[in-house]
Design a protein around this ligand. Sequence first.
Ligand SMILES: [Zn+2]
Length: 223
Amino acid sequence: MEKLLIIILNAVLVSTIMCLADRVNNHIHIFIKRSFCMHCGHILHWYDLIPILSALLTHARCRYCHRTYGMHYAYFELVGMLVGSYLFSDTLAWITAYLLLFLALEDWHTERIHADILIPYIVYLFIHSWSDPKILTTCTVMIISLFLVYYRQAMGSGDIPVLLLITLTTTAQSFPLTLLLASISALLYLVKHHVQRLPFVPFLYFGWLSIILIEKIVTSMTS
Ligand SMILES: [Zn+2]
């Protein structure tokens, strides 16, 4: 019963994060009204909002104007529900996964993020990890990031809190692996899609999540 509640909680959370990101990306106030169709504006009923199931039953189409909103919602909700439920016992990783998911969705659509929402959490993690050697890595990452943002202008200022959060939620071994995986995946995307620039937070999120999941799976197999 407890596992079922955790799965439902995570399905609802992923769906809510995607809804919030949609509203922010479309410049709609997040508290303006109940969920509605982005095409016709019709208020959605509770049975239109059941994570995964509603999209599958309606083939990802609005029941009122019949325009599609994309099956990717169902896929995201399914993967998010599974990953969120798996990470649930590790509170810091769980919270970080949801914060980074929101910022990755925002960065992907607008190439701008509300990275300041991370500041209180970063301060907490910084104090929490004060005696840990990773504080030195965090300070080094901050200095390099400030140089890259304000002197070389090679990345956006919103990337700094994301990088600090990743530094504080990974080990000394997994942090470089996270950056490596994020950079390789971003490079492959650049080559495949022939683009000059891209939002980097989704790739950082992909790298961070992949490494965290691999670490946890390996640990559970060897213990
Ligand atoms: Zn509609």
